[in-house]
Design a protein around this ligand. Structure first.
Ligand code: SF4
Length: 513
């Protein structure tokens, strides 16, 4: 019989927080930690091998760190006889006979529901701690949202900037503006981005190598390969990743945050989302590092870049989490446009003639990563225009990205990328024609389709899909002032052109169904 614990603290894969609230309240002499690897978490969507390896390696490293700080840790590895979180928890409760179960609020509604029902079955009281990793608690977000007809991220963001005194000069935003988006939409010159800073790469140690072997053996058919796995798996590595980003890529982060370039999957992006979402990094240290860099050297670290980065973390990330907990569980079922086309099988291979999608999906499958504008304006844009079923698109996004956890993936995909929530997250759909992709990337130069053509077999499929989407939803889209100018284009074309666009769109939809 193992030693009895007073409180059994469950730590989930995405709670690897060095300021874990339950650990801060616990006593190493009396309480113990339970960490469980389960195949179910890797297979409820067919997770990318990098995503599984990252979670498991980061968990095992965290458990080691806890042990060296004096914690008693029960760690159940894959294949140790438990099929699920419930099995693992029951086994641990039998072994440790705790008086109470403690955990921090899980990041996923499904896991929270599972844990609560397990606790009931095990007849143990539960203490659920607020996840203090975030700037804004769920209750605070609910208070902010109360009575608002539209949840506008910009207003939420401004309030948090002022509340936490981030990039503020007295009561005013630093530089006199809240938003520098107009400086942050540059494309690369024809010669491309030039020589890019190297991306930090973290050599697998013995723990990571053992995880890689286990993932290869147990999930051989999952997307991706682990030949060049190099994501940060410890807090120390995550801090190095943050430092390298700030020093080497932050100066250009804002300017080129919407730009894309074939063969360059990382560009000037931060690559810290997986570390933040596993809680290896605290958002406050990421924000402070960027703001400090600007305060010390504003010529090298422009305010537009730093504000763009702060907006992603203090604005979008917190807002998205608030929406998730405010709207779940019904949110996951929303399908505003009633899109019902099955996810094409080439989402799992990248084998499509559309070069922008081929490149973006191939980057994704190779690295478990694509940057935000590839996700939003290539994949999400196509999925909306092609009328793909949102639940399948969301599951795909959750499966293939190393930084995807449901609280962040779902509102970003369903709400922002697909407008499937009917406007809870964004006031209008993020859709664009081939002209936008051509302006922001060099993908079209290598494509068999022509971005300048709307109709004909060699016309860019995004074009006919885009204009037919606008025709179909003209009344609703016309309510957005930002869409009215675009919709005016439809009045300039005669019926023959409009019919040809619709025929081309119908052919593309037909080929997808
Ligand atoms: Fe994508 Fe169209 Fe450009 Fe081809 S032409 S890369 S399909 S936007």
């Amino acid at each position: 019989m193992s030693a009895k614990w007073r409180n059994l603290i469950v730590i989930l894969a995405d709670q690897l927080d060095n300021q874990h609230p339950a650990l801060e309240a616990a006593d190493t002499a009396k309480d113990g930690v339970l960490m469980i690897e389960t195949a179910a978490e890797a297979t409820h969507v067919p997770s990318h091998k990098h995503r599984i390896a990252l979670c498991l390696s980061a968990m095992r490293h965290f458990a080691e760190e806890l042990r060296s700080s004096g914690w008693s840790v029960d760690y159940l590895e894959l294949g140790e006889g438990h099929a699920s979180l419930a099995d693992g928890l029951k086994h641990a409760v039998d072994r440790r006979d705790p008086e109470a179960l403690w955990w921090v609020q899980p990041g996923e509604w499904r896991v929270q529901a599972d844990l609560s029902s397990m606790a009931e079955q095990l007849e143990r009281p539960v203490q659920q701690f607020e996840d203090t990793h975030f700037y804004v608690s769920n209750d605070e977000f609910a208070d902010w949202a109360k009575g608002r007809k539209q949840l506008t991220m910009e207003y939420f963001y401004r309030q948090q900037r002022a509340r936490f005194d981030i990039l503020m000069d007295g009561g005013e935003p630093a530089g006199g503006q809240w938003n520098y988006d107009q400086d942050n939409r540059k494309s690369f010159p024809k010669s491309g981005p030039g020589e890019l800073p190297a991306i930090p790469s973290f050599e697998p140690d013995a723990i990571t190598k053992a995880v890689i072997d286990a993932v290869q053996e147990r999930f051989p058919d999952h997307p991706g390969t682990l030949d060049d796995f190099s994501w940060p798996v410890t807090r120390e590595q995550a801090l190095t990743a943050l430092e390298t980003f700030v020093e080497e890529r932050l100066p250009n982060y804002g300017r080129y945050q919407d730009a894309m370039w074939q063969g360059e999957p990382f560009l000037f992006h931060a690559l810290i989302a997986s570390s933040l979402n596993l809680k290896l990094l605290n958002p406050r240290e990421a924000v402070d590092a960027a703001v400090d860099a600007w305060r010390q050297d504003p010529d090298r670290f422009p305010l537009s870049a730093v504000e763009g980065f702060v907006r992603q973390i203090v604005g979008w990330r917190e807002f998205i989490r608030g929406v998730y907990w405010l709207k779940m569980p019904d949110y996951a079922e929303l399908n505003h446009f009633d899109h019902q086309t099955e996810l094409p099988s080439w989402f799992w291979t990248g084998e499509t003639d559309m070069n922008c999608l081929r490149q973006t999906i191939s980057d994704t499958l190779e690295n478990g990563y694509a940057h935000h504008i590839q996700r939003l304006m290539i994949i999400g844009n196509f999925a909306t225009l092609a009328e793909l079923r949102p639940v399948e698109v969301c599951d795909w996004f959750l499966a293939v990205y190393v930084d995807a956890f449901e609280w962040v993936e779902l509102p970003n995909t369903l709400g922002m990328a697909l407008h499937g929530d009917g406007g809870i997250v964004g006031s209008k759909p993020y859709v664009a024609s081939g002209a936008y992709i051509n302006r922001m990337s060099n993908y079209c130069g290598e494509c068999q389709f022509k971005p300048s053509k709307r109709t004909g077999d060699d016309a860019c499929p995004f074009n006919a899909l885009y204009w037919s989407f606008l025709m179909k939803h003209r009344d609703a889209l016309g309510r957005s002032p930002r869409m009215r100018m675009v919709l005016k284009n439809l009045d300039r074309w005669d019926n023959e052109e409009l019919n040809a666009i619709q025929a081309r769109a119908a052919k593309i939809h037909g080929a997808l169904s």
